[in-house]
Design a protein around this ligand. Structure first.
Ligand SMILES: Nc1nc2c([nH]c(=O)n2[C@H]2C[C@H](O)[C@@H](COP(=O)(O)OP(=O)(O)OP(=O)(O)O)O2)c(=O)[nH]1
Length: 146
């Protein structure tokens, strides 16, 4: 039986923006942008792996939220799964694996050169952020008076 290794990517969102990270290694991927994250270890759930990777790579505490449907082959034996995440504490810094971070709003995602496999998930997250930001105030927020 062949085992497929999961790489979990984090769509960290804050104030209507998505966090993009520029890889500094390996040479074949350096300069391309991705969702920060990494390999899920055997004894971990994807959510805990993501929270660990975000702590190691960005120096933040974050909470994994929802999985973006889909799975993208990175190379034989490796697939990318993506989870949304929210920051719990700390300010993301490019401590490990990245040399630049950028917050992008919907419509700004093409400003960076994403790794190919990340593009569908990034598009879905941006759709969600745009839909959320475009939602009018909840009914009842401004009561209609007779
Ligand atoms: N983290 C991450 N890796 C991605 C993405 N897209 C993509 O093709 N990859 C590739 C790059 C790497 O070959 C692999 C993940 O490696 P990594 O270096 O981030 O993971 P890791 O921290 O667990 O690595 P390691 O030091 O244990 O080898 O997946 C993505 O969005 N996030």
């Amino acid at each position: 039986m062949t085992t497929v290794r999961v790489v979990v990517g984090g769509a960290v969102c804050e104030r209507g923006r998505l966090l993009a990270a520029r890889r500094s290694a390996p040479p074949a991927l350096a300069g391309r942008w991705e969702l920060p994250g990494g390999k899920v270890e055997d004894d971990e759930t994807p959510e805990r792996a993501l929270e660990r990777e975000l702590r190691e790579e960005l120096g933040v505490e974050a909470a994994a939220l929802d999985r973006i449907p889909g799975e993208w082959v990175l190379r034989p034996g490796y697939v990318l799964q993506v989870w949304t995440a929210r920051l719990v504490s700390g300010v993301p810094q490019p401590l490990e694996d990245h040399d630049e971070l950028r917050w992008l709003r919907p419509g700004e995602e093409s400003q960076v050169d994403w790794l190919d496999q990340d593009r569908p998930a990034v598009a879905e997250v941006m759709r969600r952020l745009a839909a959320k930001n475009g939602v009018p105030p909840a009914a009842g927020a401004s009561p209609v008076r007779p």
